[in-house]
Design a protein around this ligand. Structure first.
Ligand SMILES: CC1=C(/C=C/C(C)=C/C=C/C(C)=C/C=O)C(C)(C)CCC1
Ligand SMILES: [Fe+2]
Length: 339
C-alpha cells in the first residue's frame, strides 16, 4: 500500500467509526439512560485530540504543498491572516451575534464540504467530479448535511444550542433565528436539501467514467451521513463528525504534504506519521486554547453549564475556522483540487 492508499484506509475507518460510534453510543445512552453530558464528550476531547489540532499546522502546510521548507516569513503571513480575519470576525460576534452565528453555519458548511471534495478526489480518486459544477454541488451537499439535517430532525436541541451560543453575547438577539425552527422553515430545508442531494448524485452517476466504485462510495457516504445526522442527537453527532470525519481527513491530507510523515506512511509506519503530526500541531493547539481563554474574558457573560461552555468553545472554533478556511482554499489551489 502506498501513502495515498493508507490515507484512504484511515479516512474510511474514520467514516465507519463516526456512523457506527454515533448510532451505538446514542442507542446505548437511551437503553442505559446515560447522563446527557456523554453527548458533549467528543467536543471535549476535540480540544486536544484531532479537532483543534487539525488546524494547528496551518502555518506549515502551504510551504509544504509548494515543496518548500516552512520559513518564518510564511508562518508570519499565516499569523497575520489569523489575526486580521479572526479579529474582524470576533468583532462581528460581539456586535451582531445572530448574524455571526448564521455566518458560522454557512462557513462550516462551506469548509466541511470543501474537505470532502478533496477527500473524494484525492483519497477515493473519483472520476465523476472532474466537472466544476459537479464539484460545487458535491461541496454543497457534503457541507449542508451536517448543518441542516440536525435542524430538520432535532429542531429543539438545535435551537437550544443556538440560543446558548448567541445568548452568551446578547440574549435578545436570539429571536432573529426563530423562523428557521418553525414547521414551514424545516419543511423548506428538508425539501430543498433532499432535491439537492438527489440531483447531485444523479448528475455524478451520469458523469462516471469507467470504474463506478468511487461513485458508489460517494453515494454510500452521502446517504450514510443523512441517516446518521437524522438519528444521532446533534451535539454528539456533530462532535463525533468533527473529530473522526472532518479533522481526521484534513490531518491525513497534511501528512501527505509533509515529506517526513508521508515517508512514514510509505513505510507502513502510521505511528511515526502520527507522532510527527502531534509534534507539529502541539504549539498552536495551545495557541488555539489561549484564544478561547481570551474570548471568555471578552464576553459579557461568563459561560455557566455545559450548553454555554460548548457555546464559548464554538465561538472560539468559529473565529479560528474562518482564517483556516482561507488556508485550506489556498491549499486547494496549489494542489489543483478545483482544476
Ligand atoms: C454543535 C451544534 C451546532 C453547531 C456546530 C458547529 C457549527 C460546529 C462547527 C465546527 C467547525 C467549523 C469546525 C472546524 O472544522 C448547532 C448546529 C448550532 C446546533 C446543534 C449542536
Ligand atoms: Fe478544517
Amino acid at each position: 500500500m502506498n501513502a495515498r492508499q493508507r490515507t484512504r484506509a484511515w479516512a474510511r475507518r474514520g467514516a465507519i467509526a463516526t456512523v457506527l460510534g454515533g448510532v451505538l453510543l446514542s442507542s446505548l445512552a437511551v437503553v442505559l439512560s446515560l447522563p446527557t453530558w456523554i453527548q458533549f464528550l467528543p467536543f471535549g476531547i476535540s480540544v486536544v485530540v484531532l479537532g483543534l489540532p487539525h488546524g494547528a499546522v496551518d502555518h506549515l502546510v502551504i510551504p509544504r504543498a509548494r515543496g518548500e521548507h516552512p520559513r518564518w516569513r510564511s508562518m508570519l503571513g499565516v499569523g497575520i491572516l489569523y489575526l486580521l480575519v479572526g479579529g474582524v470576525y470576533t468583532l462581528l460576534w460581539l456586535l451582531e451575534p445572530a448574524v455571526a452565528f448564521g455566518a458560522f453555519i454557512l462557513v462550516t458548511a462551506l469548509h466541511w464540504g470543501q474537505g470532502d471534495v478533496y477527500a473524494l478526489r484525492v483519497f477515493e480518486e473519483t472520476t465523476h467530479l472532474e466537472n466544476g459544477f459537479n464539484r460545487a454541488a458535491t461541496l454543497a451537499v457534503r457541507g449542508s448535511i451536517p448543518m441542516l439535517v440536525p435542524l430538520v430532525a432535532f429542531p429543539g436541541e438545535y435551537e437550544r444550542v443556538a440560543t446558548a451560543i448567541v445568548g452568551l453575547v446578547d440574549p435578545s438577539a436570539v429571536t432573529a433565528l426563530e423562523p428557521a425552527f418553525t414547521r414551514t422553515g424545516r419543511l423548506v430545508v428538508a425539501f430543498g436539501l433532499g432535491t439537492l442531494i438527489l440531483a447531485t448524485l444523479v448528475m455524478g452517476f451520469v458523469r462516471t467514467n469507467g470504474d463506478r466504485r468511487p461513485w458508489f462510495i460517494d453515494a454510500a457516504e452521502t446517504i450514510g451521513l443523512v441517516g446518521y445526522f437524522a438519528l444521532v442527537p446533534p451535539i454528539l453527532a456533530i462532535g463525533l463528525y468533527f473529530c473522526l470525519w472532518h479533522s481526521l481527513r484534513h490531518i491525513l491530507r497534511t501528512m501527505l504534504l509533509d515529506p517526513v510523515a508521508r515517508g512514514a506512511l510509505e513505510d507502513g509506519d502510521s505511528r511515526r506519521a502520527w507522532r510527527r503530526f502531534a509534534r507539529d500541531a502541539t504549539p498552536l493547539t495551545l495557541g488555539g486554547l489561549a484564544v478561547i481563554g481570551l474570548l471568555a474574558l471578552a464576553l459579557p457573560q461568563a459561560p455557566g453549564g455545559l450548553d454555554e461552555t460548548l457555546g464559548l468553545y464554538l465561538i472560539g472554533i468559529a473565529v479560528l475556522t474562518l482564517p483556516h478556511v482561507v488556508v485550506v482554499a489556498l491549499l486547494d489551489r496549489i494542489e489543483g483540487v478545483w482544476r
